[in-house]
Design a protein around this ligand. Structure first.
Ligand SMILES: Nc1ncnc2c1ncn2[C@@H]1O[C@H](COP(=O)(O)OP(=O)(O)OP(=O)(O)O)[C@@H](O)[C@H]1O
Length: 328
């Protein structure tokens, strides 16, 4: 069911709840067949943004365009989008097959056509064998796949996913995220996925939109957002970075780009404050002048060849090309 990938665009989209501005005039052009994660801390406005795209929340100002058509005021079923909810929202009294076929029933599609399309969707998510089960006879991962099939049966141009993995245990979450990614590539439609999790966004997304305080703080290819954060917030929120104040401004540097040497051989002298073994790496925290904390992520064999302990004086060094100047 390869749909024609369509452009989704947010033009100065704003959401106000009374005096609260949940989303403040954001602009974004989603790439047509990309997996995009909307990432940010609780309350930053990501779910409001997703719900406005879905049509479950009205737009206070601005427009949402899909394939050049303004869909801002259309009801959810007429937009060309479909939403998969966090709790899956399956109907407990309907079988898997009837859950998947439900939206076609609402549209008045006849029973034979509904069943055949629902079977096609169940095949897509690898659930053919469970078509007659009831939702409470399914595992969390299976329920999630039913919810996916149910959203996809409407043949959306864009699938919207609100924290789709949060109800799963960590092991299943990692398995399901690779399935989501595979499915998106197979279908060739846009997925927009809201998450709190940096790891989840990095694992899944072609593009990441980092939101903070109702605005887009940074957006772009996942590697660019991780590797070249533009603001202190993005560097700290994405993790894996130090933010350091140097004479010519604030810079971000990845913890694995900080090298450790003897006190007289580094660029900067530091005192070790904590050592944490993390399996493949050791996280070595230290304090430099100005009471700034710098963490170096050292491969375990390098660390144990010359171990350091809290209180030791060490030298830190890095390659200037790995410093990213921050704008705020
Ligand atoms: N129905 C509502 N009425 C009033 N305020 C709301 C409503 N929904 C959300 N808000 C407020 O809007 C802001 C953004 O909420 P939103 O749910 O979009 O954030 P979020 O980033 O998705 O957060 P979370 O990760 O916790 O779900 C928050 O300050 C929230 O309290």
């Amino acid at each position: 069911m390869n749909a024609v990938a369509q452009d989704l665009e947010l033009v100065s989209v704003t959401k106000r709840y009374g005096a609260t501005v949940a989303v403040d005039a954001i602009n974004y052009h989603f790439k047509p067949d990309s997996y995009t994660c909307l990432l940010g801390p609780s309350g930053c406005g990501k779910s409001s943004t997703l719900r406005m795209i879905a049509g479950h929340e009205s737009v206070s100002d601005g427009s949402i365009l899909l394939a050049g058509r303004d869909i801002s005021d259309l009801p959810p079923a007429k937009r060309g989008t479909a939403m998969m909810f966090q709790n899956y929202a399956l109907f407990p009294h309907l079988s898997v097959l009837d859950n998947v076929a439900f939206s076609l029933k609402m549209k008045g599609v006849d029973s034979a056509a509904r069943k055949s399309q629902a079977h096609e969707m169940l095949e897509l998510v690898d659930l053919t064998a469970l078509a007659d089960r009831m939702p409470d006879q399914l595992s969390g991962g299976q329920q999630q796949r039913v919810a996916l099939a149910r959203a996809l049966i409407t043949r959306p141009q864009v699938l919207l996913l609100d924290e789709p993995l949060s109800a799963l245990d960590p092991f299943l979450r990692i398995r399901m995220r690779s399935e989501l990614r595979k499915l998106q590539k197979e279908l060739g439609i846009g997925f927009v996925h809201v998450t709190h999790g940096q790891d989840e966004a990095l694992a899944l997304a072609d593009d990441i939109i980092v939101m903070n305080n109702a605005v887009i703080e940074q957006a772009g290819p996942a590697r660019d957002v991780f590797n070249a954060p533009k603001t202190r917030f993005v560097a700290q929120f994405m993790g894996g970075h130090n933010v350091i104040a140097l004479p010519d401004g604030h810079f971000a540097i990845r913890t694995d780009a900080v090298g450790v040497t003897s006190a007289d051989a580094g660029l900067i002298e530091a005192q070790v404050t904590a050592v944490e073994y993390q399996g493949t790496h050791v996280s070595l925290s230290s304090r430099i002048t100005g009471d700034q904390e710098v963490t170096a992520l050292v491969p375990d064999d390098t660390f144990f060849a010359n171990p350091h302990h809290p209180g030791d004086r060490i030298g830190l060094h890095w390659d200037a090309k790995n410093l990213h100047q921050l704008t705020a």
